[in-house]
Design a protein around this ligand. Structure first.
Ligand code: PGA
Ligand code: ZN
Length: 417
C-alpha cells in the first residue's frame, strides 16, 4: 500500500470571473508537494434554495468582494482539512459541511466550499497521476456528454430583452463529440449571419449566445430553425431545440409576466403556452418551465409532457438530493441540472445525481452564467457518466475551455480503445 497522501494546507486567492467580478480560487497543497486548484462560478438567475455565495457587501465591487470567503479558506478550512487523506472526498466534504454548520453554507460561503471541494478532486487525481475524469470514473466506463449549447441568450443574461433565458440546440444527429461541436459551430455562425443580414447583430449575452434583437420569443425559435437549415442541417433530425425558461424570473405574485409577449399568464396558461411551442417546434428539452415555488405547475407540466420531452429542474431542484427525491415522488420533472456551486460540495452533487438515477431520471452537468477557465465540471460529466453537458454558448473562452476539454478527453479515450 502506498503511503496515504495528506493535505498540508489550503490557500484561497481572489481571481476574476467572466463578468469581471471577483471570485474564489482554492488551491490545496499536499504533503508530497503536489497541488490541485479550482475556481467557484456564480449565477445571475439563482434559486432561493441554493447554497449562499458569500460576498462582502459594502461599496467595493458593488458589494461583490470575496475577502470573507477567502479568509474562511485561509484560516478555518485550511486548519480543519490539514492531515486529511486527499483521496477521501466524502470525508473532506463532510468536514466542510460540519465546519460550516448551516443548512446552506451561509457561514463559510458556498463559493469557498465548492472551490475547496473541487480543488481536492484535482489534487487527488494529481497524486494518483491520473486525469481527473479517469480518477472519477474509478474503473467504470467514462461517458462523453451530449452537448446542449445556447445560441441566443435572453432573460436575466441579456437585459431581459426577451423572456426566455436560453435558446439552445442539441446536435442529436452527431455520432461523436467532435462532430457535435462542428455542427454547433455551423449553427452558431449561421444564426449570427442571419442576425447580421437583418441588421440585428448586437454582440453577445452573458454566456456567449447572440444578444436577442427579437420582438418575440417565437421569433427566436423561428430563427433557430432557419439557422439550422442555413447550416445544411435538418431540424429535429440532426439538431433539436431546447429552452431554459428560468420561469422563477418571470414570476409576479401568483402570475407569470412575459413582457416580450405582452402577456400575464396563470400557471395553467403558461403550461399550455409551452405545450404549444412543443407542438410547433422540435423541442426535446425544457428547463424550469415553471417557477421554483410552483409545485402544482411543475407537476401539471410533467404529467402532460414528461413522456415526450426532458423536463429539467434547475432553480426548482438546486442540485439537492432531497429536492430531487421529493420532486420524483410528486411527479414533477424527469431530469436534474447539476451545478456543484448550488449545493456547495462535490459529494452533495453526486448525491443529487444518485437520487436522480434512483428515480429513473436523466441528468445534465451545467456551468453558471459567471464562469472562468475552470474545467472541473467537464470531468464530473465524463467521469460520472452523466451523459449531458450545458456550459453556455459557442463563444468566449470560459465556455470554449470546457468544450475543448471534452475534445481532448474524447481523443484520449479513442487512443485508449
Ligand atoms: P445562472 O443561469 O448561472 O445565471 O443561474 C444558468 C441557468 O439558469 O441555467
Ligand atoms: Zn436554468
Amino acid at each position: 500500500m502506498a503511503r496515504k497522501v495528506k493535505i498540508n494546507r489550503v490557500v484561497g486567492r481572489r481571481v476574476w470571473d467572466s463578468r469581471g467580478r471577483p471570485t474564489v480560487e482554492a488551491e490545496i497543497i499536499l504533503d508530497n508537494g503536489m497541488t490541485g486548484r479550482a475556481i467557484a462560478p456564480s449565477g445571475a438567475s439563482t434559486g432561493t434554495h441554493e447554497a449562499i455565495d458569500l460576498r462582502d457587501g459594502g461599496k467595493p465591487f458593488r458589494g461583490l468582494g470575496v475577502d470573507r470567503a477567502l479568509a474562511n479558506i485561509n484560516t478555518e478550512i485550511s486548519n480543519a482539512l490539514r492531515g486529511m487523506s486527499i483521496v477521501d472526498q466524502p470525508s473532506i466534504d463532510r468536514c466542510l459541511i460540519e465546519l460550516d454548520g448551516t443548512p446552506n453554507k451561509a457561514r463559510l460561503g458556498g463559493n469557498a466550499t465548492v472551490a475547496v471541494s473541487m480543488a481536492a478532486l484535482h489534487a487527488a487525481a494529481a497524486s494518483r497521476r491520473e486525469p481527473l475524469w479517469q480518477y472519477l470514473a474509478d474503473g467504470a466506463t467514462p461517458v462523453l456528454p451530449r452537448p446542449m449549447v445556447q445560441i441566443f441568450g435572453g432573460g436575466a443574461h441579456a437585459g431581459r430583452r426577451i423572456d426566455i433565458q436560453d435558446f439552445l440546440v442539441i446536435p442529436v444527429g452527431a455520432s461523436t463529440f467532435d462532430e457535435a461541436m462542428s455542427m454547433t459551430a455551423r449553427v452558431y455562425d449561421a444564426a449570427g449571419s442571419i442576425m447580421s443580414d437583418r441588421g440585428h447583430l448586437r454582440g453577445v449575452a452573458d454566456e456567449g449566445g447572440w444578444w436577442p434583437e427579437f420582438t418575440s420569443n417565437a421569433q427566436a425559435l423561428d430563427t433557430l430553425l432557419e439557422a439550422i437549415e442555413r447550416a445544411d442541417l435538418e431540424p429535429g433530425k440532426d439538431v433539436s431545440l431546447a429552452i431554459d425558461v428560468a420561469a422563477t424570473q418571470l414570476r409576479q405574485g401568483q402570475h407569470y409576466l412575459l413582457p416580450a409577449e405582452g402577456r400575464e399568464l396563470e400557471s395553467e396558461e403558461l403550461v399550455e403556452f409551452l405545450i404549444g411551442w412543443c407542438r410547433r417546434y422540435p423541442i426535446v428539452s425544457i428547463e424550469d418551465p415553471l417557477a421554483e415555488d410552483d409545485d402544482a405547475g411543475m407537476k401539471a407540466f410533467t404529467t402532460k409532457m414528461g413522456g415526450r420531452i426532458q423536463i429539467i429542474g434547475d432553480d426548482y431542484l438546486v442540485t439537492s438530493a432531497e429536492r430531487v427525491a421529493a420532486a420524483a415522488l410528486l411527479g414533477a420533472c424527469n431530469a436534474v441540472l447539476l451545478k456543484p456551486n448550488q449545493v456547495g460540495t462535490v459529494t452533495e452533487t453526486l448525491a443529487a445525481l444518485t437520487a436522480a438515477r434512483a428515480a429513473g431520471w436523466s441528468a445534465i452537468v451545467s456551468a453558471r452564467s459567471g464562469e472562468s477557465e475552470d474545467v472541473t465540471i467537464v470531468h464530473l460529466a465524463v467521469g460520472w457518466g452523466v451523459g449531458q453537458l450545458k456550459v453556455g454558448s459557442f463563444a468566449r473562452s470560459e465556455r470554449m475551455a470546457k468544450w475543448n476539454e471534452v475534445l481532448r478527453i474524447e481523443e484520449a479515450l479513442r487512443n485508449r480503445a
